[in-house]
Design a protein around this ligand. Structure first.
Ligand code: PEP
Length: 232
């Protein structure tokens, strides 16, 4: 099981340092744990979690090694910092920053080629689900990612469940995970309002290999409670 915390645009270096100091003192055996701070806090997280089993990943990564791409960061720059992986294709990137299936795939492939671990996010919007297009959307988004890779995992994040307090029912998550796995044979995390009180049930579903956690990953107690639910 893998539990990854996506901190989004929260926690600068000072807050990151305090969180990582507390996190490294926790007993979190039997679960793989990753935190994904904003770019400016990555170096702090890498430094404070060095020597632990906890991985540090970025929230995005560019496909070129360097170049005239204002505001972007490359995989080799992340590697230089000691960062272990990157999220790509989060729905907030797709919705607010114009990410497409094509750019998400370019980011994923370049990051994998550079030796990073990649969490690629897919998921349907509320409208797409209402129009019965979930399967079509997942087929398109997963298909664009290319071949399986030992460093690739997918996060199934129904967009209507992100930050809304709504979660997919365990059955619905299981159905989507089964479809994704039939398309690409990689581990699949569930994301969308995972909290300490629903984590165990969601993580117990066949085909659910862990969770990508947003809001609940910002608080040490709720994040570690979810990590512990994954060990059961
Ligand atoms: C996310 O942003 O990846 C996410 C799943 O957010 P939340 O847990 O807050 O719904």
């Amino acid at each position: 099981m893998l539990i990854a915390g996506n901190w989004k645009m929260y926690k600068g270096p000072a807050e990151t340092a305090a969180f990582c100091r507390a996190l490294r003192d926790q007993e979190l055996d039997g679960v793989d744990v990753v935190v994904c701070p904003p770019y400016v806090s990555l170096a702090t997280a890498v430094e404070l979690l060095a020597g632990t089993e906890i991985g540090v990943a970025a929230q995005n990564v560019h496909w070129d090694g360097e170049g005239p791409y204002t505001g972007e960061v490359s995989a080799s720059m992340l590697r230089e910092l000691g960062v272990y992986g990157a999220i790509v294709g989060h729905s907030e990137r797709r919705q607010y920053f114009g990410e497409t299936d094509e750019t998400v795939a370019k980011r994923a492939r370049a990051a994998l080629a550079a030796g990073l671990f990649v969490i690629a996010c897919v998921g349907e919007t509320e409208d797409e689900r209402a129009r019965d297009e979930t399967e079509t959307v997942l087929r398109r988004q997963v298909g664009a990612l290319g071949d399986p890779d030992e460093n690739l995992v997918i996060a199934y994040e129904p967009v209507w469940a992100i930050g809304t307090g709504k979660t997919a029912t365990p059955e619905l998550a299981q159905e989507a995970h089964a479809l994704i796995k039939s398309l690409l044979d990689v581990p699949v995390l569930y994301g969308g309002s995972v909290k300490p009180d629903n984590a165990a049930e969601l993580l117990a579903q066949p085909g659910v290999d862990g969770a990508l956690v947003g809001g609940a990953s910002l608080d040490l107690d709720s994040f570690t409670a979810i990590c512990r639910a994954a060990t059961r």
